[in-house]
Design a protein around this ligand. Structure first.
Ligand code: AMP
Ligand code: MG
Length: 508
């Protein structure tokens, strides 16, 4: 089947295109269209055969019911029975909008549409294109998300085309959707009404109108014994191709943990993605980093989430690490989708952060023009399993000085260089719980300890790796003395690398 793709301007809708699209649906065909939540795959909700086509195009399990979309409140009474009293006030407040309500179904609604259930889910969308299409199609349009079952829901026409080109009659391209997450599903057949799927209309907003609502406990959190009440919620959903892990903690811990996880995954030869936010993106450097939106305005995160998950499919990453979001307001819906996309894989950031004893290593020498910079550079060249910031500092640095020329000559003979490096004085900024200070000999160690009473992890380099002999100071000696010093440092850095890498064994 050739799929017709038509661009529609929301502010100036071409009614002829909409009439043609309506005609396709009235004849039993499929038309994908934008709504304010996500793109929907429209079909005649009262036509059993059309429902079958919908399931086939999406590859959706046929026990997963479709939502029927209407444009007039009176139309609800034509497809639902025993409509409870609070429905009118809820509709008054939230329709048209991203709220789906479930009622006992009228006999007119085929079981194909309701996935065999005696209930029917109904929503009145606000999107102008959606409304015109429903009207032109006869008033009752079933529309699940217009994606292949299991993939992230479509928030742009391009997403729909990726999944459904050749499988549907027409796609109406109305640009990017406004909300980006599917509607809130509220079961009106129970007292009090129960949220089966969180969305942009939150529990708090509903409670302002109807007093109490309950929440299906199974929709968030770990794998549960009981099946969720909305059949669709039981499937792994919204899932990118890569393994997605949610890292949970406070923001600082999340960033530190994700940095570590990404660093070691890349070390292991993996291609890795990060889901970051406006507020945290600057703290990442490795991996493919995508900004999902602003923590200050979580609506932006809702809008971008599915698109970002799809983008990672295009990048063919092996693993994705995501920060987590506060479980309030729309944050509940964001975390619900993210949790399902991750197949419930969530890890505490603090556990990861705790695994790394040191985050920064500072080599301290007398002038920072010889032994310290060499040690730092040799360590930087090593294959370290965790990420460290590696620096050198001098105890006696009155002004920045270049590297000693004999040191540079030796470095070059080993295929390395310290050209351009200038010495930096040691300061109180180098004292912190996660900084390892390694001095070249006892002189600097004692100086650090006497000048900074609060210094914790200060060792001579040889002491730290369990050797008795200090790094000799070649200052003023012949080139040969510098060569021997380099050799000594090189041996100690080999041992240091082993020791640092041993911290991760049995860990990650
Ligand atoms: P989608 O069409 O992809 O937005 O999915 C519709 C969601 O609404 C799925 O999670 C369905 O399981 C849920 N749903 C639709 N109709 C019913 C119903 N009658 N009872 C319970 N859940 C429903
Ligand atoms: Mg869906």
């Amino acid at each position: 089947m050739k799929t017709i793709l038509k661009k529609i301007d929301k502010n100036n809708i071409d009614m002829q295109v909409l009439e043609d699209a309506g005609e396709i649906i009235r004849r039993g065909g499929l038309v994908a269209f934008p709504t304010e939540t996500v793109y929907g795959l429209g079909a005649d909700a009262l036509d059993e055969e059309a429902a079958k086509k919908t399931y086939a195009a999406k590859g959706r399990p046929s026990d997963n019911p479709l939502i029927v979309h209407i444009t007039k409140y009176e139309d609800l009474e034509k497809i639902a029975v025993d409509i409870p009293r609070e429905t009118a006030v809820l509709a008054e407040r939230f329709w048209p909008g991203p709220l789906t309500m479930i009622f006992k179904k009228d006999a007119k609604v085929p079981y194909g549409t309701t996935g065999g259930l005696d209930t029917v889910a109904v929503r009145m969308p606000s999107d102008a294109i959606a409304r015109e299409l429903i009207r032109a199609s006869g008033g009752f349009v079933s529309a699940p998300s217009a994606n292949t079952s299991g993939r992230p829901s479509p928030t742009k026409a391009e997403h729909v085309m990726e999944d459904l080109a050749g499988k549907v009659d027409m796609v109406l391209d109305g640009g990017s959707v406004e909300i980006g997450l599917e509607s809130t599903v509220l079961d009106m057949t129970v007292e009090p009404p129960m949220i089966l799927r969180p969305g942009a209309i939150t529990a708090g907003m509903l409670e302002e109108v109807v007093g109490m609502v309950s929440i299906d406990e199974t929709i968030l959190g770990a794998e549960s014994e009981t099946a969720p009440k909305a059949p669709g919620m039981k499937y792994r959903h919204y899932a990118p191709k890569a393994k997605l892990t949610i890292v949970e903690g406070n923001i600082r811990e999340e960033v530190l943990a994700i940095r570590q996880l990404v660093y070691s995954a890349i070390n292991g030869g993996k291609k890795v993605g990060i889901i970051a936010t406006d507020e945290t993106i600057q703290y990442y450097s490795n991996g493919i980093i995508k900004n999902v939106g602003s923590r200050e305005d979580e609506k932006t995160i809702a809008r971008n989430l599915f698109s970002v998950l799809r983008e990672f499919d295009g990048e063919e990453v092996d693993e994705i690490y995501s920060e987590s979001f506060a479980m309030r307001g729309i944050g509940n819906a964001i975390m619900n989708r993210l949790d399902k996309a991750a197949g419930h894989l969530r890890i505490p950031a603090a556990d990861i952060v705790r695994r790394q004893r040191y985050r920064r290593i500072v080599f301290v020498s007398q002038t920072d023009t010889c032994r310290g910079p060499v040690a730092a550079e040799l360590l930087r060249q090593k294959h370290l399993q965790q990420e460290y910031v590696i620096d050198s500092r001098g105890m006696v640095v009155l002004f920045p000085e270049p590297i000693n020329p004999k040191v540079e000559a030796i470095m070059r003979s080993h295929g390395m260089t310290l050209e351009g490096y200038t010495s930096v004085p040691f300061s109180g900024a180098e004292i912190a719980g996660d900084i390892l200070i390694l001095t070249m000999d006892e002189v600097q160690k004692n100086k650090v300890l006497s000048e900074y009473g609060n210094a914790l992890s200060v060792y001579t380099l040889n002491e730290f790796v369990g050797e008795t002999e200090e790094v000799p100071d070649p200052y003023g000696g012949a080139l040969n003395a510098y060569g021997l010093c380099h050799e000594k440092i090189s041996g100690l850095i080999d041992k240091l690398t082993e020791k640092l890498n041993s911290y991760t064994e049995g860990g990650a």
